[in-house]
Design a protein around this ligand. Sequence first.
Ligand code: SF4
Length: 132
Amino acid sequence: MTAIERLMREWLASDDPAKRLHAEARLKLPFDETTPTPSEPQTGCCGGDAPRLPGLATLAANAAVAVATHVAHGMPSAPDDVHEARLKACETCPNLILPDWRCGGMGGCGCYLKTKARWAEQVCPLGKWVGT
Ligand code: SF4
């Protein structure tokens, strides 16, 4: 079982309805193992080796769930202060992949964080920031 699948199974029992909705949708889609980061060189938050992105099937599934969840909530935008606070949390997270601001590593979703953090109902896959 991949780290993302394990996390989604935990979220099914969460008190947070946004997490449950996300997990229910995500568990209907495939999971695969983590693959190396593609194309251009990327670095982690402290200039070390970049965390890895999930494999393509997981990336596609996570993106589909993020979009579906966003649409299901009426596509709300997070205010600037919430957006900034979320990105500040990502900035110090070892899962951050620069320069693209993507979420990788163990349990990372692979999402583009500047967009994900703007979508009000989205949640950090490791619980470092929550939906509003
Ligand atoms: S979304 Fe969460 S796990 Fe991903 S980089 Fe940001 S703080 Fe880290």
